[in-house]
Design a binder for this molecule. Structure first.
Ligand code: PRF
Ligand code: ZN
Length: 372
């Protein structure tokens, strides 16, 4: 078997219903990947994440490289086993984005990027080859090429220089794969400039990798700009390969971007928001810390099948958040991930029914009305 297979089962407009087969199993697309940055989806066990319906999670090379170290993870049998037995697939980010958002004293050269760890200031270096070795040691099923994600206000010259270097780095990443490596995705950059996106897409697609990512989006630009860049770039990508939009996962963004042909997503939004008491629902966001829920005996969402909604009232959850009880973070995370994964299941069904445009219109309308 190839390292990755992708079959398109149905289409509704530009939205695609697919099936991704990694060496660990099958992932139904469009899919959302919960973020397990340091080898844990915060507050949940792998069994719980799997029961919520996730087939693939995301891990971060940058964090695992700094702590506990990728050699240690490899010695312990790879990330799937080290995590206590995650039986699904793992996609790892290359570390490029995290170096640019977390590390200090970054120096980018043709060779790679050197930086200081945000944990202890240790001097580190990532090259395209090192990023591949690290992800291979982790046992990643889908690897990302090392890239540089320019800031949203990057000028043309900066964005072009970065995308050209990214393309050379992606080629080096491909050459650095080993027989035991998973499947490599190339990342399209180019800032908010559509012609630079087209240039990046051409250079990355030339490498004939099994899948592609759109990077450098949702980095602070207006929503409209993000959607316009995706709208212009997606048609330039090979139709038979999976397309992954990195770092996007708000409900309305998932609905809009599936409509533009995106197959895979990851984002800390559902899990991070859960820890501040913000619950995602079909009717928009609801903050459990709000005083109006003090005596509310209803669940977060009436028709939700998650462990939080099946057993607990808004009043109790509000109390847990007010008291900063650890259970609050767990139950909030269970709900938000269940909601997001269930939204993806509803999206897949709508594509199968060839009813995506109407589904999207209704779902977006209900989200924005925010009636609780
Ligand atoms: N590159 C990589 N990871 C990422 C991004 C990127 O541009 C983004 C941007 N939204 C999130 N994660 N390697
Ligand atoms: Zn729920």
């Amino acid at each position: 078997m190839a390292k990755l297979d992708f079959d398109i089962l149905a289409q509704s407009g530009r939205a695609r219903r697919g099936r991704l087969t990694t060496r660990k199993g099958v992932v139904e697309t469009p899919t959302f990947m919960p973020v397990g940055t340091v080898g844990s989806v915060k507050s949940l066990t792998p069994g719980e994440v799997s029961d919520l319906g996730a087939g693939i999670i995301l891990g971060n090379t940058y964090h695992l490289l700094l702590r506990p170290g990728v050699d240690l993870v490899a010695e312990m049998g790879g990330l799937h086993r080290f995590m206590g037995g995650w039986t699904g697939s793992i996609l790892t980010d290359s570390g490029g984005f995290q170096v640019f958002s977390l590390a200090s004293r970054r120096v980018v050269t043709e060779e790679g990027v050197s930086f200081r760890s945000h944990l202890d200031g240790a001097l580190m270096e990532l090259t395209p080859e090192k990023a591949m070795d690290a992800q291979t040691l982790l046992g990643s099923d889908i690897l990302m090429a090392l890239d540089e994600c320019p800031p949203p206000d990057a000028d043309r010259e900066y964005a072009e220089k970065a995308l050209l270097r990214d393309a050379r780095w992606a080629k080096r990443a491909k050459s650095a794969l080993r027989p035991e490596s998973g499947a490599l995705f190339g990342i399209v950059q180019g800032g908010m400039y559509k012609d630079l996106r087209a240039q990046s897409a051409e250079l990355i697609c030339e490498l004939d990798l099994p899948g592609h990512s759109l990077g450098g989006l949702s980095v602070g630009e207006p929503k409209e700009t993000m959607l316009e860049v995706i709208d212009a770039t997606q048609p330039l990508m090979p139709r038979k390969k999976p397309l992954y939009l990195m770092g996007v996962g708000a409900p309305e963004d998932l609905i809009n971007c599936v409509g533009l042909g995106v197959d895979m997503f990851d984002c800390v939004l559902p899990t991070r928001m859960a820890r501040t008491g913000t619950m995602l629902t079909k009717d928009g966001r609801l903050n459990l810390r709000n005083a109006r829920f003090a005596r509310d005996s209803r669940p977060i969402e009436e028709d939700c099948g998650c462990p939080a909604c099946r057993n607990y009232s808004r009043a109790y959850l509000r109390h847990l958040f007010a008291a900063r009880e650890l259970l609050a973070y767990r139950l909030g995370t269970l709900h938000n991930l269940y909601f997001t994964l269930n939204l993806m299941a509803r999206i897949r069904q709508a594509i199968e029914n060839d009813n995506y445009a109407a589904f999207a219109r209704e779902a977006l309308d209900r989200l924005s009305r925010g009636e609780h």
